[in-house]
Ligand binder design. Structure first.
Ligand SMILES: [Zn+2]
Length: 274
């Protein structure tokens, strides 16, 4: 991480003012302009049924709960108060069973933000793309096991999953989605949709994701797409960009620093093959 990015990261983690009021404002603007707000699951159900009217405008909300389920809960309450519902995908490290059930009972979607490619690579010190691909069976087994446990723990069916983008995925050039490239494996584990599937993304006319200060959005602010009346706007957000929860953010930064150091130490030796 270069010095400027580190400064922005620290600013975001420690000093960023609470932006949840902005989140509410964005949603209110979309509603005023006639957008129908959906989770990924409810939008996918409509797409499959070819049931989105030609003059309808759709706004899909996806929350990746990488850290800070407390702020995710506040975002959910804002959406509830506006009578709208989005998707929330939880990592194993952020699973909040009560919140996930609350989201589902309130008509939203709570799913799995999976990262088994990066997790297995860290655990076994896999340092190259080809080493990762040679361990795909183990990675799939781990995913199947984690998903089964998460379903048991939450009592939720969880048939839609969203890939987490870890620093190690970027470094290895292997996204977590590779583990779902095999249709028979998907069927075996009961996954109907990976949120990056082209079958879904092909309908999206504008995709915006929140970003680290000072950009805040990439590639652009979704308010512009909403003002322009884009037909299918997809917004991806992460709690840490909306509220500087010092304890959560510093814990996550420390875990990342520790993981990076441990990975470097592991990969100084040849990766284990057993
Ligand atoms: Zn993520």
């Amino acid at each position: 991480m270069d010095a400027r990015r580190l400064i922005y990261r620290l600013y975001s983690d420690i000093l960023l003012t609470d932006r949840l009021g902005e989140w509410r404002l964005l949603l209110e603007r979309a509603l005023e302009r006639g957008y129908l707000v959906h989770s990924i699951r409810s939008a996918w159900d409509l797409l499959k049924a070819d049931a989105i009217g030609s003059d309808s405008k759709v706004l899909v909300l996806r929350h990746d709960v990488d850290t800070d389920p407390g702020t995710a809960a506040r975002m959910w309450e804002i959406e509830r108060s506006l009578h709208i519902r989005g998707s929330y995908y939880f990592r194993l490290s952020t699973v909040d069973t009560a919140l996930m059930r609350r989201i589902e009972e309130g008509g939203g979607e709570a799913g799995y933000h999976y990262e088994e490619v990066a997790a297995v690579a860290k655990r076994r010190g896999l340092a190259t793309r080809s080493e990762v691909l040679s361990c795909l069976d183990l990675i799939r087994e781990t995913f199947a096991d984690n998903l089964r446990r998460l379903r048991e723990r939450t009592g939720l069916p969880i048939r839609i999953v969203a890939s987490h983008g870890d620093w190690l995925n970027r470094r290895l050039g292997v996204p977590n989605t590779v583990l779902l490239d095999d249709p028979s494996f998907r069927e075996h584990v009961g996954v109907d949709l990976e949120v990056y599937d082209q079958a879904f993304m092909a309908s999206v006319t504008s995709r915006c994701s929140d970003a680290l200060y000072p950009m805040l959005w990439k590639p652009r602010d979704p308010s512009e797409a909403i003002r322009a009346g884009e037909r299918f706007v997809y917004v991806l957000v992460h709690p840490r960009h909306w509220h500087a929860n010092l304890r959560e953010n510093l814990a996550s930064d420390l875990i990342r620093a520790w993981e990076t150091a441990a990975f470097h130490l592991k990969t100084l030796r040849p990766a284990r093959r057993d």
